[in-house]
Write a protein that binds this ligand. Structure first.
Ligand SMILES: [Zn+2]
Length: 249
């Protein structure tokens, strides 16, 4: 598996407070952690939320005071996050690392197809307007599955392993994972990234079929399958979180 910087918070531990600043109200999730020595605030790009971790003995009052003291910081961080991009006519989404503009072609045949005009590549969508977002999302997931199946088949053949089932997910904490039974899970959002990033994730998860850990042996297998492992890791660290803003809002 490959984690983003931030982890998902178990729902059971969450309390939420609201902090007002300068006419805005921010919701702050609280997480008590036995290992926390102090209060820490984080604004998470993938989920656009605010998390305050605190020592298990810290009080709600202390948490509120801490969050209120840093409300301006929260506001500034949230304002700096890229806006969510809906799959709607006129919006631009990357597909295999290349920006595509979504256009509505209500009277044409087909469901979703790729075209190009003077300004660049297009994702064209037919049918009625309320169905556009879902049709684009379905199209991207189909394309993701196709590319991932091809990449997984190629890497598996080289390793002489047989992956079980390939599933697509939409988690903010992982790009891919491999179960002990050999089932591979991937984020469909990898289709938005440049193709080498998707290819790397396929190699990474296929390598987990041999080594269910991140040991030096595992990395040796991954690099043999995919020599540009470092380049792909750097891309994910730099741009990965921004993939979560597409198809929202
Ligand atoms: Zn891994």
């Amino acid at each position: 598996m490959l984690r983003l910087f931030e982890r998902r918070i178990p729902a059971a531990t969450i309390h939420e407070i609201e902090v007002a600043h300068d006419g805005s109200i921010y919701r702050v999730a609280l997480k008590r952690m036995a290992t926390s020595k102090r209060f820490t605030l984080r604004v998470r790009a993938a989920t656009r939320d605010v998390l305050l971790t605190m020592p298990s003995r810290g009080s709600l009052k202390q948490a509120r005071e801490f969050a209120e003291r840093h409300a301006a910081w929260i506001g500034a961080r949230l304002a700096r996050l890229p806006r969510p991009v809906a799959f709607a006519p006129g919006s631009v989404t990357p597909l295999r690392g290349i920006d595509h503009r979504i256009v509505h072609r209500p009277n044409e045949r087909g469901v979703v197809w790729i075209a190009r005009d003077d300004e660049g590549p297009l994702i064209c969508v037919s049918g009625e307007a309320p169905h556009i977002a879902r049709r684009v999302a379905d199209y991207l997931k189909r394309e993701a599955r196709r590319d991932l199946e091809a990449a997984v088949a190629r890497h598996s053949q080289r390793l002489g392993v047989a992956p079980r089932k390939l599933s697509l997910r939409d988690t903010s904490s992982r790009w891919g994972s491999c179960s002990t039974s050999g089932g591979l899970n991937f984020s469909w959002r990898l289709i938005l990234a440049p193709p080498y990033v998707l290819d790397y994730l396929a190699a990474h998860e296929v390598a987990h079929i041999l080594h269910m850990n991140h040991s030096p042996l595992f990395w040796a297998v991954t690099r043999r399958l995919f020599p540009e492992t470092e380049r792909a890791e750097v891309w994910l660290k730099t741009h990965g979180a921004s993939l979560h803003r597409f198809g929202a809002g």
